[in-house]
Design a protein around this ligand. Structure first.
Ligand code: HEM
Length: 524
């Protein structure tokens, strides 16, 4: 009796999964053998897939390890190589290990032969625009240039900063209430309230105060970014299926998400047009672009509403990276500062000095902008805990990096693991130590500058980093100026065991709780 005869003699409930499973294994085998042959021909060193289901290090992702853990093992175990290819389940990727190679692909030759990571589903032009993944370089460049006023920190100068100070006042009231009740502060929640309320008030003209009531925007973003099996699986599905149309529920950005954000933007634009106010925010910008588009030539493939919406949504999602990064950066920084009272003291002194220089007793836009040591602390946190640790690019043309004989084929997916590079003693001495002074311009060398990837690299690096640093400096500067922060939940520096296993980025899995003691009380 052959295999098929035995199979079909079983009850259908048994033979159907067995048949599907066997077909999947055959399919995987074909995918692996084809790609391995290609890597061999292209001189790209690779790790053989284990038992037809990708590299074994990834099997625990989701239940007991974050994605960064297997990537870090592979990075460390292949010290002798510039790059190494392997499979995450059926997805073939090439991990770049050397900053010089990363520079070529992410910066120098990016325009020539690469695009950014996740593939948007075909025939969904709004999602393509939202992800900044138009196959036409001129489109994402025009998109980025149109949004550039939103990424300028100078926009927060003057009256606009009053909105941020308002958020700080809400935070201070909350901190004081918690302290009087003897309760710790949940830093992640506080940072998220601050950042999302700042974004919704300053860019979208919503009047949110999450301490009183969770606003609709916060609810939506929380649901969108909160780690879970559904998000992890949808990211994997998107990567595996490489832009092929999939079930809506398997997509990272579902039709429901798009509809919610579209409705929000359209409602705010309509209200603004009725009042005729001018705020120099995202809503004004979208109204202006829509008007310009109406006067110009309409794209026959996509109507102008979709174009304007795609642009607005790409800002809101920050290429999926802006939202969720600032609050995570703040909570990791407060965690590290809580373990280092000496750095808190330096920040307090810096705030005092800079306030004096600007002749003020408050944290103003100019003060927040000039808190250089605090910004060093934030960059050092982004080194130790780079939220977007897996940076991805895709080859759009066959490409051979200068000075090598590696041949990348069109469609090759490239990954860089910032977490591992940032913890490599070759580039950062004593890499696990929180040492903000390594970001003092006097101490920086070209080796560490090239190896720092906290905000990405090249033309597609983060355009919102300065806005993020300004907001984070305002919150932490205000908190540490008036209070000493002490650890409650995490009394040791967090490591990879503390990362959320179902997040694609670096996010702590538990709440980060701290106690805050007003400095006035400490002085007595
Ligand atoms: C300060 C905290 C932030 C960190 C650590 C951060 C980090 C990153 C990283 C690592 C990337 C990927 C870059 C690459 O692939 O080379 C990125 C992209 C991006 N970020 Fe940020 N980000 C931050 C804040 C923000 C903010 C506040 C915004 C929006 C106002 C923003 C908007 C974006 C956008 C639009 C992209 C996509 C860029 C593109 O694909 O061209 N980011 N960010």
């Amino acid at each position: 009796m052959d295999f098929l005869e035995i199979l079909f003699s079983l009850p259908p409930l048994l033979y159907t999964p067995l048949l599907v499973g066997s077909l999947c294994l055959v399919f995987n085998y074909l995918v692996y053998s084809r790609r391995v042959a290609q890597w061999r021909k292209s001189n790209i060193p690779f790790l053989s897939p284990s038992f037809l289901i990708g590299h074994k290090y990834f099997w625990g992702v989701g239940s007991n390890s974050a994605t960064v853990v297997p990537l870090d093992r592979i990075y460390r175990e292949n010290k002798d190589k510039d790059l190494v290819a392997f499979f995450i389940a059926t997805m073939p990727v090439v991990l770049l290990r050397k900053p010089a190679l990363i520079k070529q692909i992410f910066a120098k030759n990016f325009d020539e032969a690469f695009k950014t990571g996740f593939a948007a589903p075909h025939n969904n032009k709004v999602v393509e625009l939202m992800l900044g993944q138009s196959p036409f370089k001129s489109v994402w460049k025009a998109q980025r240039s149109a949004l550039s006023p939103m990424f300028a920190t100078a926009r927060f100068d003057g009256e606009e900063f009053a909105k941020i100070r308002n958020q700080i006042a809400h935070m201070s009231t909350h901190v004081e209430k918690a302290r009087l009740h003897g309760k710790p502060i949940d830093i992640k929640k506080m940072a998220m309230n601050f950042f999302l309320d700042s974004i919704s008030n300053s860019f979208l003209d919503l009047n949110d105060n999450s301490y009183e009531k969770e606003g609709e925007f916060r609810k939506f973003v929380k649901n969108f970014i909160e780690p879970g099996w559904d998000k992890l699986l949808s990211v994997f599905a998107q990567m595996h299926l490489q832009g092929m149309p999939t079930l809506d529920s398997l997509q990272f950005i579902t039709q429901k998400h798009i509809e919610y954000m579209k409705t929000l933007l359209q409602r705010q634009m309509k209200q603004r047009s009725q009042t005729g106010d001018q705020r120099n925010d995202l809503i004004d910008l979208l109204i202006r672009l829509k008007e310009q588009d109406q006067n110009g030539k309409l794209d026959s493939e996509m109507d102008m509403t979709n174009k304007t919406m795609g642009l607005g949504l790409s800002f809101l999602l920050g290429g999926l990276k802006g939202l969720g990064t600032v609050d995570i950066l703040i909570s990791f920084t407060v965690h590290l500062l809580s373990l280092h009272p000496e750095h808190q003291e330096r920040i307090r002194q810096e705030v005092e000095e800079v306030m004096k220089e600007h002749n003020t007793t408050e944290i103003t836009y100019e003060v927040a902008r000039d808190l250089h040591f605090l910004q060093q602390c934030l960059r050092e946190t982004a080194r130790l805990y780079p939220n977007t640790s897996a940076l991805t690019r895709e080859c759009t043309e066959d490409f051979t990096p200068a000075g090598t004989d590696y041949h990348f084929k069109k469609g090759e997916l490239i990954i860089v693991d910032s977490y591992s590079i940032h913890r490599d003693p070759e580039y950062f001495e004593n890499p696990d130590k929180f040492d903000p002074d390594r970001f003092n311009p006097e101490n920086r060398d070209s080796k560490s500058v090239d190896a720092f990837l906290g905000f990405g690299k090249g033309p597609r690096k983060c355009p919102g980093s300065n806005v993020g640093l300004l907001l984070a400096s305002t919150l932490i500067g205000s908190l540490v100026h008036k209070h000493e922060v002490r650890p409650r939940s995490h009394t040791k520096q967090m490591d990879a065991h503390d990362f959320h296993p179902r997040s694609f980025g670096i996010v702590h899995k538990d709440d980060v709780l701290v106690d805050v003691v007003p400095r006035e009380i400490l002085a007595y």
